[in-house]
Design a protein around this ligand. Structure first.
Ligand SMILES: [Zn+2]
Length: 334
């Protein structure tokens, strides 16, 4: 097959896989649903604040690395605002009734209260669950069509654990919502900086090490499932008037992250921003940026694409932090 044929085949597989991913019921209210909402994890108005000509980029859209065998980026697409980090698993009613109250500029003006923290966490978890299912369906349908059973091995034990975990967390938030109560969180940082960043994110960072490299989490230990815990919710939300709201928080019961909270409290603002940028580049692809950031990000390609979550070696992590610091790659300054 040549590249055009391969791309056609990939889009056929994606189309078929998406049928399974959407499912038949809303992931939030459970009601049968035929028309799902194209819901954004990063609120649409925030993405619009940084988009240029309606476009933003995401690492998986700008770096050809997903399929190591064919060197093709199977999720390459036109990264318009409408299809950026979306999920198709909840109904329109839920998207409107549950989330619209926190997805507006006024909410970003004030410190986040319990309700806002809960709803942003829930949206991030729904997106994590949705993308895990989407990617797995893609791999399964592709494997089935091409008898590539080895590709199905990509679905590893950490994947299964992530899936159990995000489902369990979603149930907790749903339960709290039903009972008019809130899950309790601890805040690492919640402030507005006087600068509009050229990137934005609503991501969940599941860290194996604290920022300074202390082991806090065993994400791959199969025997250690009970010791696993959720992530640090990290929000960078550029606002209209050259300002950006930055919030990092985690569930109070996951006290292993207290180490990270303490480390951040000992940093100046500049160091905190560099640290957030480093953690995002090292641990996640759940952020988007505009042209101003695009070229510099490509320099950090090896850092972004390397799967450090499954790497138990703290020295590799610390080397990456040092590399980013030395080159002054800080998304808050680009
Ligand atoms: Zn619903």
């Amino acid at each position: 097959m040549n590249e055009i044929e391969i791309n056609k085949e990939i889009s056929r597989i994606k189309k078929e896989a998406n049928k399974y991913t959407k499912g038949t019921n809303c992931a939030l209210c459970g009601k049968a649903c035929t028309s799902f909402c194209n819901s954004h994890t990063i609120p649409r108005f925030v993405i619009k604040n940084i988009a240029q000509n309606g476009k933003v980029y995401n690492p998986s859209m700008t770096m050809d690395t997903f399929d190591l065998k064919t060197k093709l980026n199977v999720f390459k697409s036109n990264p318009g605002v409408e299809e950026t980090l979306t999920l198709d698993s909840i109904c329109r009613e839920c998207d409107n009734m549950v989330f619209s109250c926190v997805e507006n500029e006024e909410v970003l003006e004030n410190e986040f209260n319990a309700k806002v923290l809960n709803l942003y966490a829930l949206k991030i978890l729904l997106h994590t669950q949705y993308t895990k299912i989407r990617d797995t369906n893609f791999i399964n349908v592709g494997a089935e069509k091409h008898q590539m059973s080895d590709i199905a091995n990509l679905i590893s034990m950490p994947w299964v654990f992530d899936m159990i975990e995000s489902t369990r967390e979603i149930e907790d938030y749903k339960f709290a919502m039903k009972n008019n109560t809130y899950i309790k969180h601890k805040i690492i940082i919640d402030k507005i900086i006087n600068k509009k960043t050229n990137f934005c994110c609503t991501a969940e960072l599941a860290l194996p090490f604290s920022y300074n490299g202390k082991r806090i989490n065993n994400l791959c230990g199969i025997d250690n499932y009970a010791k696993r815990f959720g992530g640090i919710y990290t929000l960078v939300l550029p606002m209209r008037n050259n300002r950006t709201r930055i919030v990092m928080y985690y569930r109070r019961k996951y006290s292993n992250y207290d180490t990270v909270k303490e480390e951040f409290s000992n940093m100046e603002l500049d160091e905190q921003l560099q640290a957030i940028s480093n953690l995002l580049l090292i641990y996640t692809e759940e952020f988007v940026y505009n042209d101003n950031v695009l070229q510099s990000i490509k320099f950090a390609k090896d850092i972004i694409m390397d799967d450090i979550v499954n790497d138990p070696n703290v020295n590799n992590y610390l080397r990456k932090v040092e590399w980013l610091n030395n080159r002054q790659i800080n998304m808050f300054n680009l």
